[in-house]
Every structure is written in C-alpha cells, then in structure tokens.
Design a protein around this ligand. Structure first.
Ligand SMILES: Cc1cc2nc3c(=O)[nH]c(=O)nc-3n(C[C@H](O)[C@H](O)[C@H](O)COP(=O)(O)OP(=O)(O)OC[C@H]3O[C@@H](n4cnc5c(N)ncnc54)[C@H](O)[C@@H]3O)c2cc1C
Length: 383
C-alpha cells in the first residue's frame, strides 16, 4: 500500500471507529436510562417534579440475553460501574466529540420532507477554527463568525467544489459491511444518525456532538414513521419469525435495538412544556414506546452486547490507533480512556465474550446469506 493509500485507509478506520464508539455511547446511555425506569412506571407521566416510583433493583428481564453470552443483571452492573463512566469522559474528548456528516441534500425518495418541527432540531455546525487541524483534509469557507446554528438553510452551505476535489480519492470501499463514501454525492441510501437524524444529506461538515445531543426534536408523524417503516420493510423479511434464520433475526434485533435506544433518549430528554421550555423525562413515552414491549428492551440489550463485542474484538487495533487531534494533552487522555475501556478487568471477568459471531454464516447457505445481509446492512448506514 502506498503512503497516500495508507493515509486514506487510516482516515476511513478512524471514521469507522468513531462510529462504533458513538454507537456504544448511545446504547450504553439508553441501557442506563431504561434500566433505571424499567420496573413499575409511575402514573405521574411526564411530570418532572414528582419523584419516579420505580422500585430499583427489580429485574423484569432475567437470565442470559438471547443469542448472547452475558446476562441482564451483568449488563446493568457493568454499564453502571465501568462503561457508562468511561464513555461519559470519552465523548467529551475532541476526537470523539467532532463528527463528520453530510448535511443539506434533498431526499430522493420523499420530496418536501418537512423533517423536524422544533427549532432546536437544527444541527449546529462547527466553525472551521473549532475543529482539530488533523481532521481538516479540505479547506472550508465557514467563518468563525458563523458559530450559531444555521437552522437548516441550504443556501448557507459551504463550497462544494472544494469538498469534492479533496475527497475524490476516498470513495473506494474496502469493507464489505460499510460504505466509506465521504464525497458530497447524494446517495439513495438511508443515512441513519441517531443524534442528528440527517436522513438524506450531502456535503461533509463537522458537528460537535456535545452541542447536538440526542433528544426529542419534534420529528414526528408520517415523515418519521415512513422512514422506520422503510427500514424494517427493506431489511426484515416478512415471513413468520420462526422461519427466519439466525442471521436475519440478528439484523432485525440490531435495528429494533437502535430504535429502542432512540426512543429512550427521546423520552429521557423531552420537551414537556413548549410554552415554558421545560425539558425533562417523559415516562409515558418511555413506557408506551419501549418498556411495555419486552422484546424491544431485549433487543436493546442485545444491541449493547453486539456492539461491545465489536469494540472488544478490535481491542488491539483500538489500543494502537492514533487519536490525533493536534492537542497532545487531550489526545493522551483519549488514548488512556480507550485503554481503560478495552482492558477493564471487571469487564473482562464478567463478560469475556459478549456475543459469539463464530456461530454465524455456517452451513451451505452461509456465504450467500452473508452477501445478502451485507447488502442490506450497507443500505442502512448508522452513523
Ligand atoms: C434514524 C432516526 C433517528 C431519529 N432520531 C430522533 C431524535 O433524535 N429525536 C426525535 O425526537 N426523533 C427522532 N426520530 C423520530 C423518532 O424515532 C420517531 O419516529 C418519532 O418520535 C415518532 O414516534 P412514533 O411514536 O410515531 O413511533 P416510531 O418510533 O416512529 O415507531 C414506528 C413504529 O415502529 C414500531 N416500533 C417502535 N419501536 C420499535 C422497536 N424498538 N422495535 C421494533 N419496532 C418498533 C412500532 O410499530 C411503531 O408504531 C428519529 C427517526 C429516525 C428514523
């Protein structure tokens, strides 16, 4: 591999791992929130002043998480003791708080999609001066005076010509599970971003995830629903559940687990009263969208363990990866937190193999099935 190829590949790897850690963070938080409110829900739905009547410590879900090698109680314990505290620190580091996304592109499937109703839904882009030098492979035209959210105005977009020149070389794909496209093309694929839910977007730009938390944004109604409908109908076969093979069930569980995670975040940080701008927990939403369906909670735990396996499987790589943002102090801290996360003795002892992927793709149909599911997986891009 030539030097420039190596650089491209390292950049793609960085993007990929930011994604995996990002997914871990969102799912870890969702588990923490769901497990806190799992038992009997108080009738004081949406009321932030009255105390929650949850009886802590009671598990509705017991035993091993289906298709995994770890139980519910252990997940809750590890999440609270180990993962949640470390990830809370990791998300603040520059390497993980800046995320590259494509904004501003018409939806090729559903024109005039109105998306979010709330003003707060708009995505705050970072001015060029803010994001780390080593993340800047191209010149930007966004001035530092442009610190405010741009509130969904496509005309305020940065110079695309520069972007496409700088990124032309990055379009090749070497991972059969993902697209590594960082050009400004608008592709007819689902770009799923649980923080920003930019569903179809173009033009790479940076956002600070600390300024764009995952929470209620008013993205409701038919517009939001048809995206979920499309995600499920494109990727989950219609035939009865008992006829699904293991790999198809897993893809469904991952989508459903991510859906639960998004719903839990919405419920946890909800606009209770628009007039007074009062934000708080909405336990009614938490219950009606997630907790009343045991399988949605189970799928959340499954997704947690699946992502945890991806992170721990890549421990050696992640330990040695460069977390270079041009700020040595912060970058050292990122590396040290990553090591803590990857080699935590409690994690290794309690859940050494969160999910066993070696059981997949067996039998005569294995290779064909893998190709089919890879294509489906690529169709949905979880950022
Ligand atoms: C990728 C994506 C990201 C989003 N991010 C946000 C966000 O950050 N903030 C925000 O406010 N809104 C967000 N939304 C919208 C949000 O997820 C809901 O679609 C919206 O709040 C409307 O909810 P709903 O009650 O109509 O049901 P939806 O959550 O839209 O669900 C649609 C249908 O899917 C089924 N379903 C629901 N949950 C599950 C599950 N876990 N497993 C299997 N099936 C299920 C049910 O049959 C349900 O009726 C996002 C939507 C998408 C597609």
């Amino acid at each position: 591999m030539g030097e420039s190829e190596e650089k491209k590949s390292t950049k793609r790897d960085k993007m990929r791992w930011r994604w995996v850690i990002g997914a871990s963070i969102t799912i870890v938080l969702a588990i923490a929130l769901a497990s806190r409110t799992k038992p009997e829900i108080s009738p004081n739905f949406g009321d932030t002043n009255k105390s929650c009547q949850c009886s802590q410590g009671k598990h509705r879900h017991k035993g091993t998480v289906e298709d995994c090698c770890c139980d519910y109680e252990t997940v809750d314990h590890l999440n609270g003791e180990v993962l949640h505290p470390i990830l809370q620190e990791l998300v603040k580091t520059p390497f993980f708080r800046y995320y590259k996304v494509k904004l501003w592109c018409d939806c090729p499937f559903w024109p005039e999609d109105h998306m979010c109703r709330l003003r707060d839904c708009s995505v705050c882009e970072c001015p060029e001066s803010e994001f780390p030098d080593s993340f800047k492979p191209f010149q930007r035209t966004l001035s530092s005076g442009d610190l405010k959210c741009r509130e969904g105005k496509p005309q305020a977009a940065v110079d695309r010509t520069l972007d496409s020149k700088a990124f032309r070389g990055w379009t090749e794909t070497d991972n059969p599970w993902t697209y590594d496209d960082e050009t400004d093309n608008c592709e007819p694929e689902f770009v799923i971003n649980s923080f920003l839910f930019t569903v179809f977007a173009a033009e790479m730009t940076y956002v600070n995830l600390q300024l764009n938390p995952e929470r209620y944004t008013g993205y409701n109604g038919t517009s939001a629903r048809r995206i979920w409908d499309a995600v499920y109908s494109e990727n989950c076969p219609k035939y009865p559940a008992e006829e699904l093979c293991q790999e198809e069930k897993i893809l469904y569980k991952l989508i459903s687990g991510l859906h639960s995670s998004i719903s839990v975040h919405i419920a946890s940080d909800y606009l209770i009263d628009e007039a007074t701008n009062l934000w708080g927990h909405n336990l009614e939403i938490m219950y009606y969208r997630v907790l009343q369906y045991p399988n949605r909670v189970e799928n959340l735990y499954f997704t947690f363990l699946f992502v945890l396996r991806a992170v721990t499987k890549a421990a050696e790589y992640l330990e040695q990866a460069e977390y270079d943002t041009g700020n040595p102090t912060e970058d050292l801290k990122t590396q040290s937190l990553m090591k803590q996360l990857l080699y935590d003795p409690k994690l290794q002892a309690a859940c050494p193999l969160p999910f066993d992927e070696a059981k997949l793709w067996k039998g005569r149909r294995g290779p064909e099935l893998k190709q089919k599911i890879q294509a489906q997986f690529k169709n949905i891009r979880f950022l």
